[in-house]
Design a protein around this ligand. Structure first.
Ligand SMILES: Nc1ncnc2c1ncn2[C@@H]1O[C@H](COP(=O)(O)OP(=O)(O)O)[C@@H](O)[C@H]1O
Ligand SMILES: [Mg+2]
Length: 298
């Protein structure tokens, strides 16, 4: 097993060296040198993860970033539905070596690319050695992206934790509802206990708020509890107003950032991405390391 892992690492190192060697990719700007991987997650379902993933992706695209949204919600093809796209193939076909990542990745009319989730595979740990290798090789082809946003399912499956462990930032989404807050705290606690050497940025977004104060109260409570009881630093990234433009856009299967770029929710998303951009991207060793972390947990 250790040998296998070492072989994969060696393969990744070679890939990275090749990529770093190409003059077109050389970039001295610290923050844009590597792919930033952001997971969007929550304890409770229906709190706005998919909307936040897709619309954050659009806000990043407007800043000139190359963005990929990966749907890791293995149950429902949320991202596709939200963008009115029907994927023929998904990650499952990549893992089974039936398709390449470049064949399944879909360009959207909004300037972002999406990768459809796989409802057929349950756990990265259950992949055969060959399937893992396919997956690793194919994930590598996404390293030209500046930002990869992974929309996860609610709650904690092993896959969700795998993706969180591999990411640079985990954005935890809650609403002010007491059940959503309790579940968000639950997932933070699991992240704290299940993922060793947690050195990612844990970030909180409070969605569907009526007032700035309401959001601040929720955020204060959560960040304080996480600090006191879990000794974990959770940064309050921002809030999003409860805004009818969101559900209207969902019904039209278009992102609210496109349907109504000036609506309250769109402005909030832009603030959130602005704050993300200001927050440090720890030097995580680049894309190869992300993949190592993704498979290191299995
Ligand atoms: N800021 C918001 N304002 C109004 N409605 C919202 C907002 N965020 C989410 N919603 C509603 O909640 C529903 C679920 O959002 P979604 O992004 O699919 O959640 P999740 O991915 O967490 O399950 C949306 O279809 C929308 O109707
Ligand atoms: Mg969703």
């Amino acid at each position: 097993m250790a040998d296998q892992a070492e072989k994969l690492r060696e393969m990744m190192r070679q890939k990275n060296d090749q990529q770093d060697g190409s003059p077109a990719k050389k970039n001295t700007d610290k923050n844009s040198r590597q792919t930033r991987i952001i997971t969007v997650t929550s304890g409770k379902g229906g709190v706005g993860k998919t909307n936040i993933s897709v619309n954050m992706a659009l806000a990043y695209a407007r800043l000139g970033k190359k963005v990929v949204v990966m749907d890791a919600d293995l149950g429902l093809a949320n991202v596709n539905v939200m963008l009115n796209m029907i994927p023929k193939f998904n990650l499952y076909h990549v893992i089974r070596n039936q398709k390449t990542m470049q064949e399944i990745i879909q360009q959207t009319e909004y300037g972002i690319r999406i990768v459809a989730g796989a409802s057929g595979f349950s756990k990265i740990a259950n992949l055969t050695e060959e399937e893992r290798q396919n997956f690793i090789e194919e994930l590598n082809t996404l390293s030209d992206a500046d930002i990869i946003i992974i929309d996860t399912s609610a709650g904690v499956s092993s896959n969700v934790l795998d993706f969180i462990a591999a990411a640079d930032d985990a954005v935890i989404v809650t609403t002010p509802e007491p059940t959503a807050i309790t579940d968000a705290y639950g997932i933070i606690k699991i992240i704290a206990t299940e993922i060793d050497s947690l050195n990612m940025g844990l970030k909180l977004v409070v969605n569907r708020v009526k007032t700035v104060m309401e959001a601040k109260k929720v955020a204060d409570r959560m960040t304080t509890i996480a600090g006191q009881f879990l000794n974990l630093k959770v940064d309050y990234l921002g809030f999003i107003y409860d805004d009818p433009a969101v559900s209207q856009a969902v019904l039209r299967q278009r992102p609210f950032m496109v349907v109504d770029p000036k609506c309250k929710a769109s402005q909030c998303i832009q603030h959130i991405v602005g704050r993300m951009e200001k927050s440090d991207l720890r030097d995580s060793g680049g894309f190869g390391n992300m993949i190592r972390r993704l498979f290191g947990r299995t």
